[in-house]
Design a protein. Structure first.
Length: 311
């Protein structure tokens, strides 16, 4: 069985039902990707590496992991911290805005819990995924240990996957983010950047520009997401553009890229070629944005992906 581990933060998600009530669920970029991967590829062992608290919401969060068949063996419990919370609001076009309460979340301490015993288990994975948000959330003093862990994983043959997923508010400065992203790209086997992130951080506003930026890092696979327009892949010297069918019924764009990442990586783990993996991942992203919140209803998502596989 192929295995993949996602390191990062899962948070409590709040979104309005109406003027007086809120719907509560759980979400976070790496968690979202793990969920969508597992829903499509049940035979891929999928784990999340994070830290939660010892409160009721933390218990509910871990139960949600289990309900999604996500392996909780790397979910560590901090004695005094609690999960982060965010509020999501969407406009009439489905574009979202967020308000966060996460500066003292348990997930910021996750690297402290990766001891030799945990590392020994991580070394058996096939893939290890982290994002720019994962990096930003990790405390500054813990990042050196994180890079040491990542180096050991890569030396053991674990394929390292990185999605920049840049969020300016999480970083002390753009220069700090660039420094950390350079390390991440240099360690990665596979990168899954979006043009939108590169435009904000580097002033690069085209998929071709992202490819040119990433070429010095000698990645095995580079998959550049460009919103509803197209996806560019670069692997083994081949640069290809993959057309995708845009979705007209956009309800909420939250986690579109996360769904793409999860389904793409699951498809690659079971041996599907890059082109087919991109098409399936694009369908997943297009399905998710037709539902509110980061995690689409399970049966609706599974039905949509099953229909895509039958075509």
């Amino acid at each position: 069985m192929k295995t993949i581990c996602f390191l990062g933060e899962c948070m409590v998600e709040l979104r309005a039902n109406d003027e007086d009530t809120m719907h509560q669920s759980f979400a976070g970029d790496v968690y979202n990707s793990a969920v969508y991967l597992k829903r499509c590829f049940g035979d891929v062992s999928t784990a999340i590496i994070t830290a939660v608290g010892q409160d009721g919401l933390s218990d509910k969060m871990v139960n949600r992991f289990k309900c999604e068949n996500i392996d909780p063996q790397f979910v560590f419990k901090h004695p005094s911290k609690a999960p982060g919370i965010y509020l999501i609001e969407t406009d009439e076009k489905g574009e979202r805005s967020f308000t966060y309460w996460r500066s003292d979340s348990a997930a910021r301490k996750v690297v402290e819990f990766i001891d030799d015993k945990a590392l020994e288990r991580l070394l058996k994975a096939d893939m290890f995924f982290f994002s720019g948000i994962s990096l930003a959330v990790i405390e500054d003093i813990a990042r050196e240990k994180f890079w040491q862990v990542l180096e050991k994983l890569k030396l053991a043959g674990v394929r390292v996957v990185f999605d920049p997923n840049y969020r300016a508010r999480l970083w002390n400065s753009a220069s700090e983010a660039k420094e950390q992203f350079d390390k991440a790209f240099s360690m990665a086997n596979i990168a899954l950047p979006g043009v939108e992130d590169f435009k904000e951080l580097y002033g690069i506003n085209s998929a071709q520009g992202v490819v040119e930026f990433c070429q010095p890092f000698q990645l095995e696979e580079l998959i550049v997401k460009n919103g509803p327009e197209s996806v560019i892949s670069y692997s083994q010297g081949a640069l290809l553009s993959h057309d995708i069918v845009p979705v007209t019924n956009v309800v909420d764009t939250t986690s579109a890229g996360d769904a793409f990442n999860g389904v793409y990586l699951g498809s690659r783990l079971i041996g599907q070629p890059i082109s087919e993996s991109i098409q399936l991942a694009a369908i997943a992203a297009g399905t998710v944005i037709q539902h509110p919140g980061a995690i689409a209803p399970k049966q609706a998502f599974i039905d949509a992906m099953s229909a895509a596989n039958r075509q």
